[in-house]
Write a protein that binds this ligand. Structure first.
Ligand code: ADP
Ligand code: MG
Length: 506
């Protein structure tokens, strides 16, 4: 596939890192990594979250200094780089979070930081000419005078790439550039990457979308836990090989709990048909049955969390219907959702729903106040009784005191108390968004146990998560969402790590 021209254009361009090590706070996140970036060639860098991909490329861009190892650029060895040197040597990085100046025009942004001119005068005509040339080389048609703030994320990335073209970047690093792009925009981006490669740029393309590897890359390398575990030809390697390298055998053997097999023909408690919310998800059909834990699995931004928000009435549905026990319901806000017996535990419990200064009992009883109150008053004793009803079911680790402040418990135990709210409230449907985000590994298992205990009490549980291990550990069934649409439905015996990653990647 590589054209002779590309070899010609990239001749002599080579950046090699070897034996790169890096620790943060005593934890080693890169353990001796080697990587070559060669002119006229694209290397895809794959790996799970936390594998060390961003750390590695930040070292190449001079943002971080390695603890050990060397960086050789066109024959000259450097023990580390700083951002200025890296830039001078032709290294450019494009992040997901775009660092442009929104009020400046496309043309101005393309020359940002390197305006032509002398003695304080900017040569505006040159600014425009350079911008036009750069966009032509990429084959893009953008209005040079439009403020960048008016453009889509994809277009803003193009502006960033054009800036690298103007600077004659020899090495271009893209760190998960398509995470925020539509599929059309992603395809266009692949075209620009190909154009740069033809012109001799050496490209590193970080992604965790497996299907992109073949589309953009010549070579693929996989990082796992700070080690380079696979290097292969991008055109001939297959999905399974990449997935195994990314996941490693250890993780694929996560123990699954005994699934609760609610019969397929059991009447769903909640039924969603053709649900859509503009810009978030479309054509979602879901059945949720009492006593089961259903996982809605998708990457951040896939729409999984947004579906759950819609079911709690905090996001508007533009299409489709929601039924509870066969009756159509409108969920125009949380109050209505709660009326229908629906509870939600949001992702960011600190900000959104926990009263850390109040007691465990108050936190647990809060949504049930209207029912627990007598003549408009609620007593400490009534709250404490409510708390003790669920303390054991949820296995909360606390002092023997319902008056203890919530904020004094660990994150995992706080989460259990908040789950108890919905037991006390007799919620029939419990919605959870990323229930263990920011919770340490030990406490996670306990939360999973609590979630399963809720299902065992007959609650229908829907968990939206971007963590496949969470799906494996907690779900009886799973629905996989990608780019706002359902891509797979998995029964209990089909839920396994590799399968989930494969389904979500495509
Ligand atoms: P990836 O990009 O592959 O998802 P990263 O390189 O961002 O992975 O992170 C690798 C590990 O290093 C993670 O555990 C992350 O928490 C940690 N890490 C990254 N940057 C820092 C930092 N500045 N300080 C402390 N830990 C960090
Ligand atoms: Mg990263």
């Amino acid at each position: 596939m590589k054209s002779p021209d590309a070899d010609q254009a990239g001749a002599g361009i080579r950046l090699s890192v070897s034996g790169i090590r890096k620790s943060f706070g005593g934890v080693e996140v890169l353990r001796g990594v080697d990587l070559d970036i060669v002119g006229g060639s694209v290397v895809a860098l794959l790996g799970e979250n936390g594998a060390g991909k961003s750390t590695l490329v930040k070292i190449i861009a001079g943002d971080y200094q390695p603890d050990a190892g060397a960086i050789t650029i066109e024959g000259t060895a450097h023990s580390s780089l700083n951002p200025v040197t890296a830039r001078r040597l032709g290294v450019r990085m494009i992040f997901q979070e775009i660092a442009d100046a929104p009020t400046l025009t496309v043309a101005e942004n393309i020359s940002l930081g390197a305006w032509p001119g002398r003695r304080g005068f900017v040569a505006w005509r040159t600014v425009k000419k350079r911008a036009r040339e750069a966009l032509e080389r990429l084959g893009v048609d953008l209005d040079l005078d439009a403020p960048v703030g008016d453009l889509s994320v994809g277009e803003r990335q193009v502006v960033e790439i054009a800036r690298a073209v103007v600077d004659r970047a020899n090495y271009l690093i893209l760190d998960e550039p398509t995470a925020a792009l539509s599929s059309t925009e992603s395809e266009r981006l692949f075209g620009y990457v190909a154009a740069l490669r033809e012109q001799g740029t050496g490209v590193v393309y970080i992604t965790h979308r497996l299907d992109e590897v073949r589309a953009v890359a010549d070579r693929v390398v996989v990082l796992r836990d700070g080690n380079l575990v696979l290097e292969a030809d991008a055109k001939t390697t297959d999905r399974r090989e990449l997935v195994s390298a990314m996941v490693g055998r250890e993780i694929s053997e996560v123990r699954r709990p005994e699934a609760v097999l609610v019969p397929d023909d059991a009447e769903p408690l909640m039924r969603l048909r053709g649900a859509g919310s503009t810009g978030a998800f479309d054509r979602i059909d879901l059945d949720l049955r009492a006593g089961e834990v259903l996982a809605l699995y998708g990457k951040v931004g896939s729409g999984a969390g947004e579906v759950v928000q819609a079911l709690f009435g905090v996001r508007k549905l533009d299409a489709g219907t929601v039924e509870m026990e066969g009756e159509a319901v409108k969920l125009r806000g949380p109050a209505q959702a709660i009326e229908h017996g629906i509870g939600l535990l949001p992702a960011d419990r600190q900000r959104e729903s926990a009263f850390t200064m109040l007691s465990l009992a108050e936190n647990l009883a809060a949504p049930s106040w209207p029912r627990l109150a007598k003549h408009g008053f609620i007593t400490r004793r009534v709250e404490a009784e409510a708390y003790w009803r669920w303390h054991g079911v949820l296995n909360v680790r606390s002092r023997d005191d319902a008056g203890q402040e919530l904020g004094t418990l660990s994150g995992g135990n706080q989460q259990k108390v908040l789950l108890g709210r919905w037991l006390e409230r007799h919620a029939r449907v419990l919605l959870l968004i990323e229930p263990t985000r920011g919770v340490d590994v030990g406490a996670r298992e306990e939360i999973y146990r609590s979630i399963r205990a809720l299902a065992a009490e007959g609650v229908a549980v829907l968990v939206s998560t971007s963590d496949y291990e969470e799906v494996v550990q907690v779900a009886d069934r799973a629905v996989v969402i990608a780019r706002g649409e359902i891509v797979a439905r998995l029964a209990a015996d089909e839920i396994e790590t590799k399968r989930l990653i494969e389904e979500v990647g495509g």
